[in-house]
Design a protein around this ligand. Structure first.
Ligand code: FAD
Ligand code: AMP
Length: 478
C-alpha cells in the first residue's frame, strides 16, 4: 500500500467520511483515519453521529414514542392492547444493531469508492505529513497533498458533576441505560438534554431538567419555544430554569445534586444524572508542533469561509470549526472542501442550515427568528397556521403546534420558517428549499400541496403572510 495520498482526512464522522467519499468519487486518491472503537472494542466509522449521537438517539426517541403512543393514544383510535411494557435491553440492542448496520455501511462505502481506511489516531505534523498511531501503538507516516481535519467534538464536562460512568453520565452513557431510572436528573435544557430527557420521561422516569439560563431554548423563535416548553411540561418533564448545578455527590445507588436558584440553594436526589451542558471542539493529540494550524479563542480550529486553515492545503470541517454543531452542516463542509480540492467552486450557505430538536412535537426552523428580525430592525410580515386546523393532523391525533413564516415586509422574501409540530424535521426541508431559491411567501402560497398532508400547514402559513390563509380566519384580510 502506498503511503502517499492526494488527500488525507482525519476523522470519519459525517464531515470527514463525506469529504473522503466525495474526494474518491472525484478520482482523488484518498485516505481516511479514525480512532473510534465501538462497544465491542472494534474500530468503528461514522463518528459521534452514527455511534453516540444522531442515529442512536433517534432510535431511542422513535422507540419511546411508539411506546407512549401505544400507552396513551391507541385507545383514542379504538385500539385496545394488553398492558404495555418496555423491554429496555431489547430497545438498546435494537439501537445497537442500527448503529452496527450504518457504521458498517460507511466501511462498505469506503471500500466501494476506493478510500483507504486507517484505524488509529492521526496527527498533523507539517508539510502534508500525517502520523498515524494504531491501537497497538505502532506508528506510520503518510504524505498528503492536502489534509482535511474532521476530528469532531466531545461532551463538555463540568467540575460540579464529574462523570463516574454509572450514576453520572454524559449523553453517550444516557443512550445505554439498562433500565428506566425512577428519578432522572438532566443538567442542561439544550437540544441533547431535551431529546434524551424525553426518551426516559416517555418510558416512565421522573425527569427533572436543571438549566442555568432563565430563557428556554433562546436560539429558537420565542413563541415556538414558549409553546414547546408548555408541551414538554405537560408531558411530565420538570424543567427548572435559572438553576445552576453546583455539585453532584454519588451515594451508592443514586446522586444528590446541589443547585442554586433565584430563591437559594436546593438539593435534588436522583438515581441517574445526565450531564448535557454542550459540546466542545476535540483537538487533543491532533496537531504536531510544526502543523502551522491555529485555534481560535474558543478552541475551534481557525478557518475561513471556505474551511481553509492558516495552512493553505490544510482544511478543517464539522464540529471542530465555527458554526452550529450539526451533522448536516459538517457534511456540506466536507463535500465543499472535497470539490474545491478537485477544482470546482462550491460554497456552503450558512444562512439556510436547518435546526431540529426531536422532541414530540418536533421543533424545527431555518433562518431568522422573530426576535432576531426585531433586533435587526427588519420590517417583516408573519403568517402562521396551527396544526389544530389541519385535517391530516386531526386524522393522526397529532394536532399540537404550528407553522410560522416570517417574510420581508417589502420584498416578501422568506426570512425564517419555524415549525413546532409532528414531522417538523421533514417539513423544514421545504422551507430550506424555498429559501435556497430566494422564494417569497407568495411563491410558496401559489404552489400546490397534496391534500391532506401536514405540509399544507406550510402552505397555509405562507398564504397567511399576506392575510389569506383559507382554513383559519385571518386577522389581516386581503
Ligand atoms: P464526529 O462525528 O465527532 O466525528 C469525528 C471523528 O473523528 C470521531 O470518530 C473521532 O473519534 C475521530 N477523531 C478525532 N480526533 C482524531 C484523531 N486525531 N485521529 C483519528 N480520529 C480522530 N446532529 C444533527 O445534525 N442531528 C441530530 O439529530 C444530532 N443528534 C445528536 C445527538 C447526540 C446525543 C449528540 C451527542 C450529537 C448529536 N448531533 C446531531 C451532533 C452530531 O453528532 C455532530 O454534529 C456530528 O457528529 C459532527 O460530525 P463531525 O464529523 O464533525 O465529528
Ligand atoms: P447546549 O449547548 O445547547 O447543548 O445546551 C447546554 C445547556 O446547559 C446550556 O443551555 C447551558 O446554559 C446549560 N448549563 C451549563 N452548565 C450548567 C450548570 N452547571 N447547571 C445548569 N445548566 C447548565
Amino acid at each position: 500500500m502506498s503511503d502517499n495520498f492526494d488527500v488525507i482526512v482525519i476523522g470519519a464522522g459525517p464531515a470527514g467520511y463525506a469529504a473522503a467519499i466525495r474526494c474518491a468519487q472525484l478520482g482523488v486518491n484518498t485516505a481516511c483515519i479514525d480512532k473510534s472503537q465501538g462497544k465491542d472494542g472494534q474500530p468503528t466509522l461514522g463518528g459521534t453521529c452514527l455511534n453516540w449521537g444522531c442515529i442512536p438517539s433517534k432510535a431511542l426517541l422513535d422507540a419511546s414514542h411508539k411506546y407512549i403512543e401505544a400507552k396513551n393514544d391507541f385507545a383514542e383510535f379504538g385500539i385496545s392492547t394488553g398492558e404495555i411494557s418496555i423491554d429496555v435491553p431489547k430497545m438498546i440492542a435494537r439501537k445497537d444493531e442500527i448503529v452496527k448496520g450504518l457504521t458498517g455501511g460507511i466501511g462498505a462505502l469506503f471500500q466501494g469508492n476506493g478510500v483507504t481506511s486507517y484505524s488509529g489516531s492521526g496527527k498533523l505534523l507539517g508539510n502534508g505529513q500525517v502520523e498515524v498511531t494504531d491501537h497497538n501503538d505502532l506508528t506510520t507516516v503518510l504524505n498528503g497533498e492536502h489534509v482535511i481535519l474532521a476530528p469532531g467534538s466531545a461532551p463538555v464536562e463540568i467540575p460540579a458533576a464529574p462523570l463516574n460512568g454509572s450514576t453520572i453520565v454524559d449523553s453517550a452513557g444516557a443512550l445505554d441505560f439498562d433500565s428506566v431510572p425512577t428519578r432522572l436528573g438532566v443538567i442542561g435544557a439544550g437540544v441533547i438534554g431535551l431529546e434524551i430527557g424525553s426518551v426516559w420521561n416517555r418510558l416512565g422516569a421522573e425527569v427533572t431538567v436543571l438549566e442555568a439560563l432563565e430563557d428556554f431554548l433562546p436560539m429558537a423563535d420565542t413563541r415556538i419555544a414558549r409553546d414547546a416548553k408548555k408541551m414538554l411540561i405537560a408531558q411530565g418533564m420538570d424543567i427548572r430554569l435559572g438553576t445552576k448545578v453546583t455539585g453532584a455527590t454519588p451515594t451508592g445507588d443514586g446522586v444528590v445534586v446541589a443547585y442554586e436558584g433565584e430563591d437559594g440553594e436546593h438539593e435534588l436526589v436522583v438515581d441517574k444524572l445526565i450531564v448535557a451542558v454542550g459540546r466542545r471542539p476535540f483537538t487533543e493529540g491532533l496537531l504536531g508542533a510544526d502543523s502551522g494550524v491555529a485555534l481560535d479563542e474558543n478552541g475551534f480550529l481557525f478557518v475561513n469561509d471556505l474551511c481553509v486553515t492558516d495552512v493553505p492545503n490544510v482544511y478543517a470541517v464539522g464540529d471542530v470549526v465555527r458554526g452550529p454543531m450539526l451533522a448536516h452542516k459538517g457534511t456540506e463542509e466536507g463535500v465543499m472542501v472535497a470539490e474545491r480540492i478537485a477544482g470546482f467552486k462550491p460554497l456552503v450557505n450558512y444562512e439556510t442550515i436547518p435546526n431540529v430538536i426531536y422532541t414530540h412535537p418536533e421543533i424545527a426552523w431555518v433562518g431568522k427568528t422573530e426576535q432576531q428580525l426585531k433586533a435587526d430592525g427588519t420590517q417583516f410580515n408573519a403568517g402562521s397556521f396551527p396544526f389544530a386546523a389541519s385535517g391530516r393532523a386531526m386524522a393522526a391525533n397529532d394536532t399540537q403546534g404550528m407553522v410560522k413564516i416570517l417574510a420581508d415586509a417589502e420584498s416578501d422574501r422568506i426570512l425564517g420558517v419555524h415549525i413546532l409540530g409532528p414531522q417538523a424535521s421533514e417539513m423544514v426541508a421545504q422551507a430550506v428549499i424555498a429559501m435556497e431559491f430566494d422564494a417569497s411567501a407568495e411563491d410558496l402560497g401559489i404552489i400546490m400541496f397534496a391534500h391532506p398532508t401536514l405540509s399544507e400547514a406550510v402552505h397555509e402559513a405562507a398564504l397567511g403572510v399576506a392575510g389569506h390563509a383559507i382554513h383559519v380566519v385571518n386577522r389581516k384580510r386581503k
